[in-house]
Design a protein around this ligand. Structure first.
Ligand SMILES: [Zn+2]
Length: 220
């Protein structure tokens, strides 16, 4: 099964993708991860990506699509995979179907209110040296003010400042609205309440996935 995880920044979808991978054996295909590793491995596409990033340009849809397709074609992805960060828009959703048309799919959105997302994201601090992300108990509270791993003073990324977060959430909603509708029309969409603990949210996700997998095997 092709599992598409949708969720705003701060919804914890990356974490849930890892849990789905370990429980169901569907490899996690994350656009962030594959862009990073292509750059690191110095593949031809990776060199192109590095060049674009160095010039401060966006990595185009065609490059991202090519990298996703490469992952989908791997033998590990034969039984299914979980997409994290892709598709982000309708064009990409259709692209996925071109790459891998006949596979059944489930699009699961981890839903959270804007207030909760804002609160979660503004609690995020990052270590400028080792990039460890630390979540503080309360907004603005930085116990020790040091990275738990390397003791470097923590900083808040511009991305995690409230006005920037609001804009990211607005963009997310705008891009995701047509996707919800698209997958709902195909009967593939489920909205999951993302306000619980990591384990609680995973339980809800797995109930939906189990039901979808069961209805597949029984032929409905
Ligand atoms: Zn550190």
């Amino acid at each position: 099964m092709r599992v598409i995880l949708l969720g705003a920044p701060g919804s914890g979808k990356g974490t849930q993708a890892v849990l789905i991978e370990s429980r169901y054996g569907f490899p996690k295909i994350s656009t962030g991860d594959i862009l990073r590793s292509a750059v690191q491995d110095g593949t031809p596409v990776g060199l192109k990506v590095r060049d674009l990033m160095n010039r401060g340009e966006l990595v185009g849809d065609d490059i991202v699509a090519a990298l996703v397709e490469e992952q989908i074609r791997r033998p590990e992805s034969r039984n299914g995979y979980v997409l994290d960060g892709y598709p982000r828009n309708l064009a990409q959703a259709r692209e996925i179907e071109r790459m891998d048309g006949s596979r059944p799919e489930a699009a699961l959105e981890i839903g959270l209110s804007e207030e909760i997302l804002l609160e979660r994201l503004s609690r995020r601090w990052v270590c400028p040296r080792c990039k460890t992300i630390t979540t503080q108990a309360k907004p603005g509270e930085v116990p020790g003010n040091r990275c738990p791993k390397c003791r470097e003073p923590l900083v808040q990324r511009d991305d995690d400042k409230p006005e920037v977060i609001r804009e990211r959430l607005r963009v997310y909603q705008e891009q995701t609205r047509p996707l919800r509708e698209y997958y709902a029309n195909k009967n593939a969409f489920s909205l999951i309440d993302g306000s619980g603990t990591v384990e609680g949210v995973f339980l809800l996700l797995s109930i939906v996935l189990d039901a979808r997998l069961a209805s597949r095997t029984s032929g409905h």
